[in-house]
Write a protein that binds this ligand. Structure first.
Ligand SMILES: NC(=O)c1ccc[n+]([C@@H]2O[C@H](COP(=O)([O-])OP(=O)(O)OC[C@H]3O[C@@H](n4cnc5c(N)ncnc54)[C@H](OP(=O)(O)O)[C@@H]3O)[C@@H](O)[C@H]2O)c1
Length: 341
């Protein structure tokens, strides 16, 4: 059967972006069989270049270009001020989170207004500009999928949306930030903050600039997205008070940086900060590379979901899964969807 050709523009080719390309490359037959779609990379950008590939570029070839240090040696580099205005179907954002999310919001809004759907792993635009982005999505009839923004590869938004449809959530509690909790655990075991951060960097789970993680911003962004997506709030990061790691926070090795959101009669309470966990607490059972959460639902009971290990591979797999879901919703069974690069 003829496959639909779905063209994508990729922003960000770092740890997550490169794993995304590897998965597209290695799993191309499976992905194509399951979605009835063939994905064509029509454009890509990193911090230095934005490039159009008029005839498409294979994921493996783009990976090779990125490894060589310059993705513009093939394709047509955009000039300063030019955007990906050309035709593609889906924007996939795996770029560095900007502090205020404005750069990404503007790209998303432009993209949706010109007919594109969005898949993102980047928390900042959603945590800072949720209503702008979701209003535009509704007005334009375009999708914004963001499974990878919270708890890496642990199924969360799709699972709850597609499996707990008739229920509202009563409570959410989770450990959704790997790096901060790794550092906290090591401090609880007696390491200094600096040594704990260095260990996290050696393991590749902390960025060179780790302060978003240890300062609690990364977890707060995720908490804002959770509160908005799961509890129907309209929070913005700027108006949300949160905690990060302080040297006194981890005198107990049971201290963790957690997210807690509870629906109460007088409103929804949202927390992102340090809590000392009891030994019997589900969140206390996680390993140092685990992420997960428990939710209380109206009719589907209390659910507990966690990963044994998480990182950029699992996050990239969640991005690919969103792309596949989108393809299923928008393109499957609708042949004749030409790629216009
Ligand atoms: N790592 C994880 O496990 C994980 C989990 C969940 C969510 N996320 C989110 O996913 C995104 C990517 O994470 P990562 O670990 O892959 O980060 P990363 O390794 O630092 O890669 C970031 C990529 O974004 C590119 N970039 C920077 N500014 C850009 C711009 N203005 N336009 C286009 N691209 C730009 C960088 O370009 P250069 O290559 O030129 O530097 C790099 O390729 C982040 O928003 C992160 O918060 C990551």
């Amino acid at each position: 059967m003829a496959k639909n050709r779905v063209s994508i523009a990729i922003m960000g080719l770092g740890n997550v972006g490169k794993n995304f390309l590897s998965i597209l490359d290695r799993q191309s037959s499976l992905i194509s069989d399951r979605t009835e779609c063939e994905f064509i990379i029509a454009a890509a950008s990193d911090s230095r270049h934005s490039v159009l590939y008029r005839n498409g570029i294979q994921p493996g070839e783009l990976l090779d270009l990125k490894s060589g240090g310059d993705i513009s040696t093939k394709g047509q580099p955009l000039r300063a001020g030019e955007t990906f205005a050309s035709s593609f179907h889906v924007l996939v954002d795996m770029s560095t989170a900007s502090p205020d999310g404005k750069r990404e919001r503007d790209v998303y809004v432009d993209s949706m207004e010109t007919g594109k759907d969005i898949v993102t792993a980047n928390k900042s635009p959603l945590a800072n500009h949720w209503s702008d982005i979701m209003d535009c999505s509704r007005q334009q009839g375009k999708s914004v999928l963001f499974e990878a923004t919270v708890a890496g590869g642990v199924p969360l938004f799709s699972l709850l949306k597609y499996s707990c449809g008739p229920s509202r959530l009563v409570r959410f509690r989770g450990i959704v930030s790997l790096t901060a909790n790794f550092v906290l655990r090591k401090m609880g075991e007696g390491l200094t903050f600096e040594r704990a951060v260095r260990m996290a960097q050696e393991l590749g789970i902390a960025e060179t600039n780790y302060t978003d993680d240890t300062g609690g911003v990364d977890a707060a962004r995720k908490t804002v997205i959770l509160a908005n997506a799961l509890f129907g709030l309209n929070l913005r990061l700027a108006e949300f008070k949160f905690q990060g790691i302080t040297s006194s926070a981890a005198t107990e090795d049971s201290s963790r940086l957690i997210t807690e959101i509870v629906s109460e009669p007088d409103g929804t309470k949202v927390f992102s900060g340090i809590r000392k966990l009891d030994a019997g607490d589900f969140l206390a059972s996680f390993g140092e590379m685990s992420l997960g959460y428990e939710v209380e639902t109206e009719f589907s009971g209390k659910l507990r979901i966690s990963s044994v290990s998480d990182g950029p591979v699992e996050t990239a797999a969640a991005v690919v899964n969103d792309l596949m879901l989108l393809a299923g919703q928008k393109f499957q069974g609708k042949p004749g969807n030409p790629v216009r690069i």
